[in-house]
Ligand binder design. Structure first.
Ligand SMILES: [Zn+2]
Length: 431
């Protein structure tokens, strides 16, 4: 299957999407025992599913389905056609396996190449991939994309920060791909090596993903590390990274609708919401061969925007991920997303972007505490100034979250740092 060219007029793109949906339904009905049974049990004949609107008839696929059908019960091709298996970490029970044909790997490479291209990466660039390589899809996905685009790639993987910095400097890295929290960490780590990252390294483009992040984090990354920071979205179940990416307009992430159909649903009722409404993203993979998914519940909360983009691409955009339905904390019955807290802390003067959210109980009442490091340039020995800072942050939190939260200001560099995805929530409540 040829994926290029991807710059199609919107009506042609929608026609292609519709044709591919028809082919997908026939493919899974004939090839996947799981979906054959699922459609039959729901009383759906494959020829009934022709448009995006028809998808509503099909039950959702969840992570639980992938776990229950471990290891390869969800595949839609003969096992001999598989060339790769990735697995997501499962803290309990079975991991989730995702299986690829060669066609899937090619499509995945192509989508990552597009992502890099719309962020302005060119073949002359040196791309350092500091996402994990291995069962996690982050490293290999960006790696394939960079190779497909013809750049030079440094497969640095995660960790070994001193070596990361040395490679960036000595090999002239111009594009860095890593998590946004590691990006922020690199700014500090460079300083300890006597480097001003923004000035002494020459990072033109940063490709940041695998965690939700905020506009303020973008500003910090652009002030301290890279010329231009872009958000990339993906998840292993949908191939890996490269599902959606910000263009140079930085106003939402273009999602490759020739590969994926996106619906936004109310996570509580499953009802499909209108374009522009906030809800959980549900994705149907229309070109995957090995392990396509129908109406997969991503658990990511976003908004779909199909208005034309000034960059000229005709693909709809998703808004920056607001949070995940499973990260969503329910505190005293109110939904709290860590990203809302991050937005406040990273925008505040006097504190650093490193924080930890602790939820515990006092009697039967939930208690929300946010620990945040004071920034190193906030020099004061006056208790009154610290108390004023604390009060200001508590007021902002209350205004945004609609519940009381306590702020605890701690010394610089005392909260745990992460080289992969940041673990920022400590929930000590007894279930
Ligand atoms: Zn655009």
């Amino acid at each position: 299957m040829s994926l290029k060219p991807y710059r199609l007029p919107r009506d042609e793109l929608m026609k292609l999407q519709k044709d591919r949906l028809g082919a997908l339904i026939a493919h899974v009905y004939g090839g996947s025992q799981f979906y054959h049974k699922r459609l039959r049990d729901a009383g759906i004949r494959p020829e009934e599913i022709r448009t995006k609107d028809d998808l509503k008839k099909i039950p959702f696929t969840t992570k639980m389905d992938l776990r229950d059908n471990y290891p390869l019960g969800m595949i839609s091709v003969d096992i001999s056609r598989l060339v790769r298996m990735h697995a997501s970490s499962g803290t309990t029970g079975n991991p989730t396996i995702v299986a690829y044909t060669q066609g899937d790997i090619d499509a995945w490479a192509e989508m990552n190449a597009r992502c890099l291209e719309i962020a302005g990466v060119i073949s002359n660039d040196v791309v350092q991939v500091a996402y994990g390589y291995g069962l996690f899809t982050g490293g290999l996905g960006l790696h394939y994309g960079a190779e497909r685009l013809g750049t030079k790639v440094i497969p640095a993987s995660t960790g070994n920060t001193k070596r990361q910095l040395k490679l960036m400097k000595d090999l002239g890295t111009t594009v860095l791909a890593c998590t946004p929290s590691y990006g922020l960490f690199l700014i500090e780590a460079a300083r300890e090596e006597g480097l001003e990252a923004k000035k002494d390294l020459h990072l033109r483009v940063g490709v940041f993903g695998a965690e939700p992040w905020s506009e303020i984090t973008r500003r910090r990354l652009e002030e301290g590390l890279v010329e231009s920071a872009y958000d990339i979205y993906g998840m292993s179940e949908l191939n890996g990274p490269g599902v959606a990416m910000e263009c140079r307009s930085k106003n939402g992430l273009h999602i490759w609708e020739d590969q994926y159909i996106v619906e936004i649903i109310d996570p509580n009722t499953g009802e499909v919401l209108e374009s522009g409404e906030k809800g959980e993203m549900v994705v149907t993979t229309i070109t995957k061969e090995g392990m396509p998914l129908l109406r997969y519940r991503t658990r990511d909360i976003t908004i779909l925007d199909d208005a034309a983009c000034e960059c000229g691409l005709t693909y709809a955009r998703i808004k920056r991920i607001l949070g995940r339905t499973d990260d969503m904390l329910k505190v005293r019955g109110i939904c709290v997303f860590p990203s809302q807290i991050e937005e406040i802390l990273t925008g505040a003067e006097g504190v650093s972007p490193h924080y930890q959210i602790v939820v515990d109980q006092e009697g039967v009442m939930d208690r929300l505490l946010v620990r945040v490091e004071i920034s190193e340039d906030f020099k004061t020995d006056k208790l009154t100034e610290l108390v004023a800072l604390q009060r200001r942050l508590e007021e902002e939190l209350k205004e945004t979250l609609s519940i009381n939260a306590s702020i605890e200001i701690v010394e610089p560099k005392t909260l745990p740092r992460s080289e992969g995805k940041a673990q920022r929530i400590v929930d000590m409540r007894k279930v």
